[in-house]
Design a binder for this molecule. Structure first.
Ligand SMILES: Cc1cc2nc3c(=O)[nH]c(=O)nc-3n(C[C@H](O)[C@H](O)[C@H](O)COP(=O)(O)O)c2cc1C
Ligand code: SF4
Ligand code: FES
Length: 502
């Protein structure tokens, strides 16, 4: 915690009261009530009913094996009979899953055998400008949800006048339904570090942070061990690979907050402040960590980097579509017949992903729809699945794909109850910085749970619209759309093959 947060009693209390983990009993078992586990029937039992204290969390990153629980000792309890996450590549060439599809590459020895750090040592013999130009020419867009061009962000940071610059790997992965970043952190941490080091070299940064959410204790431990090994071997730290370039990386652990995945809230969390969103501009690439230029990139974004620098932008552009080059790792939750991770080239149709590669609903059950991209994403009914998964095609139809999590909604889904689940998530996770999101979400939940149905249907649309149009960040701006969609579905009585109780 930095001095700002700890200098006064009010500062300390304000900090501690913000984060769920700092308020909760540290011995409590974390029961996942995130969307995937919620659909698998998980509910947080009353503390009194359990031998051990329990508390609800929103996702543990095992959505392919819901329901999930995590003990205070880091012990996981997953659905009975569940097996390790299947990882399939259907792209002409695997990038993100190239190693995790084959097993555990967290040890430096295995990572090096697979070629990790080779690109870094070669890159350091060339120029910073070449690495930056290659990433720019690749057209890679950030995989964390916003889709901002990676190379453009790097150039802004590289060209911002400053003594110090930083690279931050965003391992917050809060979307219920997404688990690719957890798997990369646990099984391919050296590839993330190599991507960060290439970024640091390109922009002239000497400090890096891997921010990892508290719900991923194994990822934190494996990344810390990988950093120590890489440092001892000269791939991180002072004079990397015998060059004049130095880059130190550390792990910073989250304390339980979904909004800390938003890049400015993330920076506040790293600085030891409440994880509230900052007003942008200035953007982090210009004024980020400690006011210095900072590239914040998603974990999957960074794993693409060594491949791009090694194979070149032209090779990267051969995969995917002209406007959305490369591949994306889509996560399919336990509600599919074939859950797991599917790495696909951009341009694959959503229907093919859901029906062919996901195999449709679990146990042959028909699906009422899917959720693409987590709580800030989109709800899509079967009639809406004929869309190509590329940034441009999705944007044309107003579809948010977020980080690529796909959650199956089984036939009979009660839309109204699902809408309440969404609003409970919003109330629990709003960072509280702006009034429309903080108070509006609470008001919407009260309407949904306490008002009569007619009044709720009458008042919710305007309230949700107000939240969406006046909130400060993507959380308040995006979350109302799926809530409103669920309200309309509930009103129309369309619930797949089942009905609604409102
Ligand atoms: C509420 C909210 C939560 C977010 N959570 C994450 C997250 O968990 N992981 C992530 O990479 N990006 C998340 N983002 C997006 C980040 O703000 C940022 O765009 C991203 O980390 C940049 O990396 P990229 O360009 O590589 O995608 C979130 C955004 C919002 C508004
Ligand atoms: S929209 Fe919500 S999460 Fe975003 S800044 Fe406002 S209160 Fe925080
Ligand atoms: S593990 Fe429960 S929603 Fe992801």
């Amino acid at each position: 915690m930095d001095s700002k947060a700890s200098s006064s009693l009010a500062g300390q209390r304000g900090y501690r009261s913000f984060y769920a983990d700092l308020v909760a009993d540290p011995d409590a078992v974390r029961v996942c009530t995130g969307l995937s586990c919620h659909l698998a029937g998980a509910a947080c039992p009353d503390r009194q009913d359990e031998a051990h204290p329990v508390r609800a969390v929103q996702c543990l990153g095992y959505c392919d094996r819901s329901p999930a629980r995590l003990g205070p000792d880091g012990q996981l309890v997953l659905a009975a009979g569940s097996s390790p996450t299947p990882i399939r590549n259907i792209a002409r060439e695997a990038i993100v899953t190239a190693r995790i599809g084959q097993g555990d590459f967290s040890s430096l020895e295995r990572a090096r055998e697979a070629g990790v750090y080779r690109t870094l040592s070669r890159g350091l013999n060339g120029t910073r400008a070449r690495v930056l130009a290659e990433v720019e020419a690749s057209g890679e867009q950030g995989r964390g949800g916003a889709g901002f061009p990676t190379g453009r962000k790097w150039r802004i940071a590289a060209e911002a006048a400053a003594e110090e610059r930083h690279v931050v790997a965003n391992g917050d992965e809060g979307d219920p339904g997404s688990f690719i970043d957890r798997i990369l952190l646990e099984y391919d941490p050296h590839a993330i570090l190599e991507g960060m080091a290439l970024c640091a070299w390109a922009i002239g940064a000497r400090q890096g942070v891997v921010y990892i959410r508290s719900e991923y204790p194994a990822a934190q431990a494996k990344m810390a061990a990988a950093i120590a090994e890489a440092q001892a071997a000269g791939f991180l730290g002072k004079a990397i690979c015998g060059s004049g370039f130095s880059f130190e990386v550390r792990v910073v652990a989250g304390h339980g907050s979904y909004v800390c995945g938003e890049e400015t809230a993330l920076l506040n969390a790293i600085e030891g402040r409440r994880g509230e969103v900052r007003v942008r501009p200035p953007y982090p690439a210009v004024q980020g960590l400690h006011g210095q230029p900072t590239v914040v990139n998603n974990i999957e974004t960074l794993v693409n980097i060594p491949w791009i620098v090694e194979r070149g932008a032209a090779a990267f552009r051969q995969l995917g579509t002209a406007d959305s080059p490369g591949t994306k790792a889509f996560c399919l939750n336990h509600g599919f017949a074939r859950p797991g991770i599917v790495e696909a080239e951009f341009g694959l149709s959503l229907r093919e992903l859901v029906e062919t590669h996901g195999g449709g609903g679990r146990d042959g059950q028909p699906l009422a729809g899917i959720v693409l991209g987590g709580p800030m994403g989109s709800i899509l009914l079967p009639g809406e699945w004929d869309v190509d998964l590329s940034y441009q095609e999705l944007a044309k139809r107003g579809i948010q794909s977020g980080h690529g999590g796909v959650v199956a909604l089984p036939a009979g889904t009660d839309w109204w109850k699902l809408m309440i689940h969404w609003l409970e998530f919003m109330v629990a996770e709003s960072c509280g910085k702006c009034v429309p999101c903080r108070l509006g979400s609470a008001e919407a939940l009260t309407l949904a749970t306490q008002a009569d149905a007619d009044e709720a249907h009458r008042k919710l649309p305007a309230l949700l619209d107000l939240i969406a149009t006046t909130s400060l960040c993507g959380f308040g701006q995006s979350l109302p759309a799926p809530v409103e969609r669920l309200r309309v579905l509930a009103q129309g009585g369309q619930s797949g093959t089942g009905g609604t109780d409102r």
